[in-house]
Write a protein that binds this ligand. Structure first.
Ligand SMILES: [Fe+2]
Length: 214
């Protein structure tokens, strides 16, 4: 129960900060999509790493990772297509060091926890997307069009049951494993908000450079 309350508080706090970002700004949103493309490209790879580290006796857990990897396969392609949908050349945006740090840490955490840490990362990302809600999506679609908002559409509408799955999976772990997962959940919440702040800062710099160039 305690864990659940903490979970709700962390999501609420992150959500509050995320909702206040300049989502209707094209520079911000383009950077968001490209950085999303980069870290989501690693989701299936992180799952593969985690699967290779999962003890053979954990058959249920292993099967869930296999399923999840299939579900996530090619999701980065949707973010790439969204960029084209808003008329931005996807190759025009570079990967930020903060993005590399965001997913890079997950390989290390997986390696030192027999892969169990990844559940915290998955839970945060699934939960935050499922909580963005219909008014947020309406505002986003008005600003960038349906063809430019498919990635968030898919993740805000399809993921609520994934959250329940992940919470259930976590509750079945040993206390020590749960501790690792919740610590990574909290780290991921903070690092994800930092990443979006960095994207907001970076898109302001890009805007400034564009104005200077023209
Ligand atoms: Fe996904």
């Amino acid at each position: 129960m305690m864990k659940h309350q903490k979970y709700e508080n962390t999501i609420d706090q992150a959500l509050h900060q995320i909702e206040n970002l300049p989502w209707t700004d094209k520079n911000f949103y383009s950077q968001f999509l490209k950085q999303t493309y980069f870290f989501v490209s690693h989701s299936t790879r992180l799952l593969a790493r985690t699967m290779s580290l999962t003890p053979t006796k954990e058959t249920k857990r292993y099967s869930r990772f296999v399923e999840h990897m299939t579900e996530e396969h090619n999701h980065e392609v949707i973010a790439w297509a969204d960029l084209k949908g808003i008329g931005v050349d996807p190759n025009s945006l570079e990967e930020l060091p903060t993005t590399k740090a965001f997913y890079g840490l997950q390989y290390y955490k997986a390696d030192i926890s027999s892969g169990i840490s990844l559940l915290g990362y998955i839970l945060f990302l699934e939960a935050i997307a499922s909580r963005l809600g219909a008014p947020f999506m309406t505002r986003l679609k008005e600003a960038h069009g349906v063809k430019g908002t498919r990635f968030l559409h898919v993740h805000t509408t399809e993921d609520p049951e994934h959250v329940e799955h992940a919470l259930e999976q976590i509750s079945l772990l040993s206390l020590n494993e749960q501790k690792i997962v919740w610590e990574n959940f909290n780290d991921t919440a903070i690092l994800y908000v930092n990443l979006l702040d960095e994207i907001a800062k970076n898109s302001q710099i890009n805007k400034f450079n564009l104005h200077k160039a023209s």
